[in-house]
Write a protein that binds this ligand. Structure first.
Ligand code: HEC
Length: 107
């Protein structure tokens, strides 16, 4: 009888543990994608935000807004500005160059 009741306790504990684990697993499953989305949003800033945040350290946006360049021209410009000290990694440069090429396109 003692063995049976121990087994019974183990069964109950296992069931309870199962409920807790699945409850935790469920909430973790909900949190993980949200965190991933937030991280993605931080990594892939859009061109407008990059321009406003990284291109205003040394001059105002007048420089940019009064310019119009081809995609190649903006490519050269952004690389030149990175050479001067603008803080943009390779993929941020790509995003920004595309945004500038569309927004301030050489006619
Ligand atoms: C580290 C300082 C610095 C940062 C950051 C910076 N610039 Fe400049 N920028 C300059 C200086 C200095 C000049 C003027 C020198 C010149 O005309 O070559 C200039 C001039 C310009 C010009 C006018 C000259 C041209 O070639 O048409 C444009 C457009 C420009 N910057 C765009 C940008 C963009 C876009 C960014 C963001 C990626 C940026 N700048 C970030 C320093 C900076």
């Amino acid at each position: 009888m003692a063995i049976l009741s121990t087994k019974f306790k183990i069964v109950i504990l296992t069931l309870l543990l199962g409920v807790f684990v699945s409850a935790c697993g469920g909430s973790t499953g909900e949190v993980a994608p949200t965190t991933a989305v937030n991280t993605d949003a931080k990594i892939t800033l859009d061109g407008k935000t990059l321009l406003e945040e990284r291109c205003t350290a040394c001059h105002t946006l007048d420089r940019v807004e009064s310019a119009s360049k081809s995609a190649g021209g903006w490519g050269l410009n952004v690389r030149e500005m990175v050479g001067k000290g603008a803080e943009l990694n390779a993929s941020e440069q790509e995003v920004l160059i595309e945004y500038l090429s569309i927004t301030y396109r050489y006619p």
